[in-house]
Ligand binder design. Structure first.
Ligand code: FE2
Ligand code: FE2
Length: 216
């Protein structure tokens, strides 16, 4: 999917946020991407990767990860409501998943063909940056919490609400899915005696996997 299509999807998810004030806040923070932080100029949202090596480490990777994790989270929310008769606030889920990695735009910079951690990203991390900004902008505490707890036990706070748990699981599922597929294909290519590309998108990895599978 192109970065324009992914960006359209993000805008469509934002319009699904039912609370007008939250919807506005999310739109405003997305619009503000591009502003300098300290002396650091961010990458554009379309350019930004979601990681340096671990997952979605290519242009458009951040948007890909945002959209995929929202889709996983909405599927989990449906399951929780339809199968388990629970209640889920989708405003929190959509907002937190759009926001949780948003400030990665400040944490990476271009290096040759790929990306590396920026000076700012070496000193501060994307969650600390976004969480402090969300508090400053008066985001509801449930959204701040779900954003803060997105990394589960590897982050500063574990999920304390159903919405935060869904956000964490969706983030974990998509990042694991992407890294396992891309790393697995790189290893399979090496085993087949083909030099794997250093950076590979999830979609390309899946295409290669299909070919390798057919080649037996
Ligand atoms: Fe993150
Ligand atoms: Fe993430």
């Amino acid at each position: 999917m192109s970065t324009d299509e992914l960006m359209d999807k993000i805008h469509r998810y934002i319009s699904r946020i039912s609370d007008r004030s939250i919807r506005r806040k999310v739109r405003r923070i997305i619009k503000s991407i591009g502003e300098k932080l300290y002396d650091y100029h961010p990458l554009t949202l379309a350019d930004s990767p979601a990681g340096e090596k671990i997952h979605h480490d290519y242009r458009g990777g951040l948007l890909e990860h945002m959209v995929a994790s929202i889709e996983i989270a909405l599927a989990l929310s449906d399951l929780l409501e339809k199968h388990y008769r629970g209640r889920v606030d989708r405003d929190i889920i959509i907002s937190a998943l759009i926001l949780h990695d948003l400030y990665k735009v400040y944490c990476y910079e271009r290096r040759n063909e790929g990306f590396r951690r920026s000076d700012l990203g070496l000193l501060l991390d994307h969650h600390t940056l976004i969480v402090s900004e969300l508090i400053r902008r008066g985001f509801p505490i449930d959204i701040v919490h779900a954003t803060l707890a997105a990394h589960g036990k590897y982050g500063p706070s574990t999920p304390k609400t159903v919405e935060a748990l869904i956000v964490h699981l969706a983030d974990y599922i998509d990042s694991t899915l992407a890294s396992e597929i891309t790393r697995g294909v790189q290893l399979a290519m090496e085993r087949a005696g083909v030099k794997p590309p250093e950076v590979i998108t999830v979609s390309d990895a899946l295409k290669i996997l299909e070919k390798l599978g057919r080649a037996g």
